[in-house]
Ligand binder design. Structure first.
Ligand code: HEM
Length: 154
């Protein structure tokens, strides 16, 4: 039995809350500052850095899960049948690819914002789209796509 798998799943589940809170705080702040033509403030730099740290940890844990998950293993080894099944398809294909797309969008937004006169507007737009992609790809308990508990603990 892979003992790391359930522990990684707990951390991966918890970090979704940190990422969601950082997303919401950043998006609200940058919406309010969207027309300012100033350099990015220290607090906003800290928000960006914290987001990048947690999203990188989440990415590493996600890849670890991907190669340990029995669901993904089933998806990869029985592709033609599993592609028609909701949960294996979600974790084997949709969740991982949408999360990667969202994370890339955030990184592009951060780089582009450094070249713009209104950096907060650029951050707001890129973070906004990335948030929609990531939020709807999280298996919230209320998600119609795939439902998982809102909270996991040891
Ligand atoms: C912002 C990025 C991400 C967020 C917020 C996120 C969030 C989540 C959440 C909330 C779960 C459900 C955990 C549970 O069952 O309690 C989950 C499961 C999973 N995630 Fe992610 N994830 C992200 C990125 C990724 C990436 C990039 C990959 C793969 C490359 C990945 C692979 C998986 C897998 C394989 C599972 C399910 C494992 C299983 O049930 O066997 N995740 N993710």
């Amino acid at each position: 039995m892979d003992t790391l798998y359930p522990n990684i799943l707990i951390f991966h589940s918890l970090i979704r809350w940190i990422i969601s809170i950082l997303f919401i705080v950043s998006i609200v702040r940058w919406y309010l500052k969207r027309n300012q033509t100033v350099k990015i403030e220290l607090l906003d730099k800290r928000l960006i850095n914290s987001f990048l740290i947690f999203v990188t940890i989440q990415l590493i844990l996600g890849f670890e899960l991907y190669f340990r998950s029995p669901l993904v293993n089933y998806f990869l080894t029985h592709f033609s049948e599993a592609i028609h099944l909701r949960q294996p398809r979600f974790f084997g294909m949709e969740h991982s690819s949408m999360m990667l797309t969202g994370i890339i969008l955030v990184c592009v937004g951060i780089v582009k914002s450094k070249q713009k006169e209104t950096p907060y507007k650029t951050l707001f737009i890129y973070y906004g789209f990335a948030f929609l992609i990531i939020f709807f790809s999280i298996p919230w308990e209320f998600s119609p796509l795939t439902s998982r508990p809102l909270w996991r603990w040891f």
